[in-house]
Ligand binder design. Structure first.
Ligand code: ZN
Ligand code: ZN
Length: 217
Protein backbone atom coordinates (compact mmCIF):
# COMPACT_ATOMS: atom_id res chain seq x y z
CA UNK A 1 0.00 0.00 0.00
CA UNK A 2 2.70 2.47 0.98
CA UNK A 3 4.73 1.51 -2.08
CA UNK A 4 1.94 2.75 -4.28
CA UNK A 5 2.49 6.33 -3.21
CA UNK A 6 6.23 6.92 -2.91
CA UNK A 7 7.01 10.30 -1.53
CA UNK A 8 10.41 10.91 -3.08
CA UNK A 9 10.40 9.39 -6.53
CA UNK A 10 8.50 9.33 -9.75
CA UNK A 11 7.80 12.15 -12.09
CA UNK A 12 7.98 15.47 -10.34
CA UNK A 13 4.67 17.14 -10.22
CA UNK A 14 5.13 20.67 -11.40
CA UNK A 15 2.17 21.68 -9.34
CA UNK A 16 4.24 21.28 -6.20
CA UNK A 17 6.65 24.04 -7.12
CA UNK A 18 5.77 27.67 -7.55
CA UNK A 19 5.54 28.34 -11.23
CA UNK A 20 8.42 30.25 -12.76
CA UNK A 21 10.28 30.25 -9.47
CA UNK A 22 13.97 30.76 -9.94
CA UNK A 23 16.15 28.03 -8.67
CA UNK A 24 19.49 29.68 -7.96
CA UNK A 25 21.23 26.34 -7.69
CA UNK A 26 20.71 25.96 -11.42
CA UNK A 27 23.14 28.80 -12.05
CA UNK A 28 26.60 27.29 -11.57
CA UNK A 29 28.10 30.73 -10.95
CA UNK A 30 26.04 31.13 -7.83
CA UNK A 31 27.05 29.40 -4.65
CA UNK A 32 24.55 28.46 -2.01
CA UNK A 33 26.12 29.35 1.31
CA UNK A 34 23.62 27.60 3.53
CA UNK A 35 25.71 24.48 3.57
CA UNK A 36 28.82 26.38 4.60
CA UNK A 37 27.06 28.24 7.36
CA UNK A 38 28.28 31.35 9.11
CA UNK A 39 30.39 29.79 11.80
CA UNK A 40 33.86 31.27 11.35
CA UNK A 41 36.33 28.63 10.35
CA UNK A 42 33.97 26.33 8.51
CA UNK A 43 35.13 25.43 5.07
CA UNK A 44 33.84 24.03 1.83
CA UNK A 45 35.58 22.83 -1.30
CA UNK A 46 34.00 23.61 -4.60
CA UNK A 47 34.89 21.98 -7.90
CA UNK A 48 32.60 22.72 -10.80
CA UNK A 49 32.39 24.13 -14.27
CA UNK A 50 30.32 27.05 -15.41
CA UNK A 51 29.67 28.39 -18.91
CA UNK A 52 31.59 31.49 -19.95
CA UNK A 53 29.41 34.53 -20.63
CA UNK A 54 29.56 36.56 -23.83
CA UNK A 55 31.88 39.40 -23.05
CA UNK A 56 35.05 37.89 -21.66
CA UNK A 57 37.45 39.22 -24.25
CA UNK A 58 39.86 41.92 -25.23
CA UNK A 59 40.85 42.84 -28.76
CA UNK A 60 42.76 39.77 -29.93
CA UNK A 61 41.89 37.06 -27.46
CA UNK A 62 39.06 35.92 -25.25
CA UNK A 63 37.13 33.10 -23.66
CA UNK A 64 34.58 31.75 -26.17
CA UNK A 65 31.06 32.20 -24.87
CA UNK A 66 29.56 29.01 -23.52
CA UNK A 67 32.83 27.16 -23.03
CA UNK A 68 33.44 25.57 -19.66
CA UNK A 69 35.26 27.57 -17.05
CA UNK A 70 36.68 25.36 -14.34
CA UNK A 71 36.34 26.54 -10.77
CA UNK A 72 38.34 24.86 -8.07
CA UNK A 73 37.78 27.00 -5.06
CA UNK A 74 37.75 26.89 -1.32
CA UNK A 75 35.13 28.80 0.59
CA UNK A 76 36.04 29.74 4.09
CA UNK A 77 33.68 31.34 6.52
CA UNK A 78 35.32 34.26 8.31
CA UNK A 79 34.01 36.93 10.63
CA UNK A 80 33.23 39.42 7.91
CA UNK A 81 31.99 37.11 5.24
CA UNK A 82 33.28 34.35 3.03
CA UNK A 83 36.83 34.12 1.76
CA UNK A 84 37.00 32.57 -1.70
CA UNK A 85 40.36 31.28 -2.89
CA UNK A 86 41.62 28.82 -5.46
CA UNK A 87 42.05 28.32 -9.17
CA UNK A 88 40.03 29.42 -12.14
CA UNK A 89 40.84 28.01 -15.56
CA UNK A 90 39.31 29.09 -18.84
CA UNK A 91 39.95 28.18 -22.48
CA UNK A 92 41.22 30.99 -24.68
CA UNK A 93 41.03 31.52 -28.40
CA UNK A 94 42.38 34.40 -30.38
CA UNK A 95 45.03 35.34 -32.85
CA UNK A 96 48.74 36.03 -32.61
CA UNK A 97 49.50 39.74 -32.45
CA UNK A 98 52.62 39.23 -34.59
CA UNK A 99 51.63 36.73 -37.27
CA UNK A 100 47.82 36.53 -36.90
CA UNK A 101 47.84 32.72 -36.61
CA UNK A 102 44.96 31.33 -34.51
CA UNK A 103 45.83 30.74 -30.89
CA UNK A 104 44.32 28.25 -28.48
CA UNK A 105 45.37 28.20 -24.89
CA UNK A 106 44.14 27.80 -21.36
CA UNK A 107 44.34 30.59 -18.85
CA UNK A 108 44.70 29.48 -15.26
CA UNK A 109 44.91 31.85 -12.41
CA UNK A 110 44.79 32.02 -8.69
CA UNK A 111 42.15 34.11 -7.01
CA UNK A 112 41.54 35.18 -3.47
CA UNK A 113 38.66 37.41 -2.59
CA UNK A 114 36.52 38.29 0.38
CA UNK A 115 32.79 38.44 -0.06
CA UNK A 116 31.35 40.56 2.74
CA UNK A 117 28.16 39.88 4.62
CA UNK A 118 25.56 42.58 4.52
CA UNK A 119 25.98 44.65 7.66
CA UNK A 120 29.56 43.56 8.29
CA UNK A 121 32.21 46.15 9.14
CA UNK A 122 33.92 45.45 5.85
CA UNK A 123 30.74 46.13 3.99
CA UNK A 124 29.96 49.24 6.02
CA UNK A 125 33.41 50.76 5.59
CA UNK A 126 33.87 50.03 1.90
CA UNK A 127 32.71 51.89 -1.13
CA UNK A 128 29.95 50.33 -3.16
CA UNK A 129 32.23 48.88 -5.81
CA UNK A 130 35.20 48.14 -3.61
CA UNK A 131 33.97 44.97 -2.06
CA UNK A 132 32.09 41.94 -3.27
CA UNK A 133 28.95 41.27 -1.35
CA UNK A 134 27.00 38.26 -0.32
CA UNK A 135 23.44 38.46 -1.57
CA UNK A 136 21.26 36.71 0.93
CA UNK A 137 22.39 33.11 1.11
CA UNK A 138 24.31 33.28 -2.15
CA UNK A 139 27.47 34.64 -3.60
CA UNK A 140 28.03 35.17 -7.29
CA UNK A 141 31.37 33.95 -8.60
CA UNK A 142 30.90 35.29 -12.10
CA UNK A 143 32.01 38.92 -11.49
CA UNK A 144 35.09 37.71 -9.64
CA UNK A 145 35.97 35.27 -12.42
CA UNK A 146 35.30 37.83 -15.12
CA UNK A 147 37.38 40.56 -13.49
CA UNK A 148 40.28 38.19 -12.83
CA UNK A 149 40.28 36.64 -16.28
CA UNK A 150 39.67 39.71 -18.40
CA UNK A 151 42.41 41.54 -16.51
CA UNK A 152 44.79 38.66 -17.21
CA UNK A 153 44.07 38.47 -20.94
CA UNK A 154 47.17 39.43 -22.92
CA UNK A 155 46.78 42.55 -25.05
CA UNK A 156 49.39 41.21 -27.46
CA UNK A 157 49.05 37.42 -27.41
CA UNK A 158 51.63 35.43 -29.36
CA UNK A 159 51.45 31.96 -30.89
CA UNK A 160 54.95 31.27 -29.54
CA UNK A 161 57.20 33.39 -27.40
CA UNK A 162 59.70 33.63 -30.26
CA UNK A 163 57.18 34.15 -33.05
CA UNK A 164 59.06 36.10 -35.71
CA UNK A 165 55.95 37.72 -37.11
CA UNK A 166 55.41 38.55 -40.75
CA UNK A 167 57.89 39.46 -43.46
CA UNK A 168 57.56 43.19 -43.97
CA UNK A 169 58.12 42.80 -47.69
CA UNK A 170 55.80 39.95 -48.63
CA UNK A 171 53.57 39.57 -45.58
CA UNK A 172 54.21 35.85 -45.17
CA UNK A 173 54.76 34.25 -41.79
CA UNK A 174 58.50 34.22 -41.21
CA UNK A 175 58.32 31.00 -39.19
CA UNK A 176 56.89 29.26 -42.27
CA UNK A 177 59.65 30.52 -44.55
CA UNK A 178 63.19 29.20 -44.94
CA UNK A 179 65.71 30.78 -42.61
CA UNK A 180 67.43 32.55 -45.49
CA UNK A 181 64.21 34.12 -46.73
CA UNK A 182 65.05 37.53 -48.09
CA UNK A 183 64.06 39.87 -50.83
CA UNK A 184 66.57 41.19 -53.32
CA UNK A 185 68.35 44.28 -52.18
CA UNK A 186 67.38 46.07 -55.35
CA UNK A 187 63.75 45.76 -54.28
CA UNK A 188 64.55 47.47 -51.05
CA UNK A 189 66.36 50.23 -52.90
CA UNK A 190 63.49 50.69 -55.27
CA UNK A 191 61.20 50.83 -52.32
CA UNK A 192 63.41 53.53 -50.85
CA UNK A 193 63.47 55.51 -54.07
CA UNK A 194 59.78 55.12 -54.55
CA UNK A 195 59.16 56.45 -51.10
CA UNK A 196 61.46 59.38 -51.76
CA UNK A 197 60.29 60.45 -55.20
CA UNK A 198 56.75 59.23 -55.33
CA UNK A 199 55.31 56.34 -57.25
CA UNK A 200 57.79 54.97 -59.77
CA UNK A 201 57.00 54.54 -63.50
CA UNK A 202 54.26 57.10 -63.61
CA UNK A 203 55.09 60.20 -65.56
CA UNK A 204 54.38 63.09 -63.30
CA UNK A 205 52.67 65.78 -65.36
CA UNK A 206 54.74 68.92 -65.16
CA UNK A 207 57.41 68.82 -62.57
CA UNK A 208 58.21 72.51 -62.88
CA UNK A 209 61.73 73.44 -63.90
CA UNK A 210 62.95 69.90 -63.74
CA UNK A 211 63.04 68.53 -67.29
CA UNK A 212 66.01 69.62 -69.43
CA UNK A 213 64.06 69.21 -72.66
CA UNK A 214 60.56 70.21 -73.55
CA UNK A 215 58.29 68.08 -75.65
CA UNK A 216 57.36 70.95 -77.94
CA UNK A 217 60.81 71.47 -79.29
ZN1 ZN B 1 52.71 34.23 -34.23
ZN1 ZN C 1 59.18 38.08 -47.57
Amino acid sequence: MSAASPLRSGAPSSGLRPQGARRPAANPWRVDLRELGRRAGSMQELDRTAPAPEDWRVELVGVPAGTEVRLRLRLESVMEGVLVSGEIAAPLTGSCARCLEPIEDTLSLHVQELYAYAGSTTEATSEEDEVRRIEGDYLDLEPLARDSIVLALPLAPVCRDDCAGLCVDCGQRLDDLPADHAHEVVDARWAGLAAKFGTPSTSSPGAPGESPTTEEN
